[in-house]
Design a binder for this molecule. Sequence first.
Ligand SMILES: [Zn+2]
Length: 305
Amino acid sequence: MILGLDIGGTNTRFALTDENGSLLTACRVIRSAAFADAEKPFQKLASILKEYIADAGSPPVEIISAGVPATVSKDFRTVFCAPNLKSAKGDPVFDGLPVADLLSAEMGIPVLVNKDVNNLLACDMVLNHLASTVVGCYIGTGFGTSVCIDGRFVYGKNGFAMDVGHVSILGQNGICGCGKQGCVETFASGTALNRLRREYFPNIPGEELFLHHSSDPPVSAFVEGCAQLPAFLITCFDPDFVILGGGVLEMPGFPRERLKDLILQYTGRAVASDPPCFIEDTRCPERGVIGAACFARSFYKEKLK
Ligand SMILES: [Zn+2]
């Protein structure tokens, strides 16, 4: 049995699953601040998880598989940088820490940590029966990307590959949560969208922004900004499928068709001449939990080979 854990910048979800990712218990959702603001975040997170397992009748949990909004080392143990997971004071909670070992020490259960969007893409691929070359672009609090080629995720030398939301773009001056200037996330992310709404539409509730102002220049420019990275990745990988998802794209009235048109407009001409199949993410709130379980299964399968 696996405890699938999906730690987000805002909410954290978890559930017990079997090795295929099927949920065995109802998924619980807590605010990430519940542990991120605690004096001892790992102890607090562990106490929440222990209570959940006890409520489920204390079944034998073999592994905890966690997705985090962060760059993670290739051995799936240490978080390098999680710019969207901070305490109320603005201090990073996981940065530079052996998160898997610290949580494992508290829980007494082995822990695996993976970049959250890799888990999301794993879930979306299973639920949509996708294979070959698949690119995932998820615009939530940040802009997460993931690529899977013939069943293998692209991790790179250190495990930090695909952190393209933190590439600095010429002419962009905003300061990013990662501390750099001009990252893609400074103009294409939920954080950037919130800033835009406060500046231009302070009286409109966030969830109504696209319903009323999709064509207004600042919102239009935001959507255009969101098209840049997918176009770049599609041109790099010439994928069979592209998943477009995340909380921003799921907002009511988000102009998805316009985004797709812009992406193909910016994509290299050869690849755009035979474009990939665009697929919406599954919008299943438990997908990060299911993906974490799928990841744990494939991790141990690979190890046993
Ligand atoms: Zn950045």
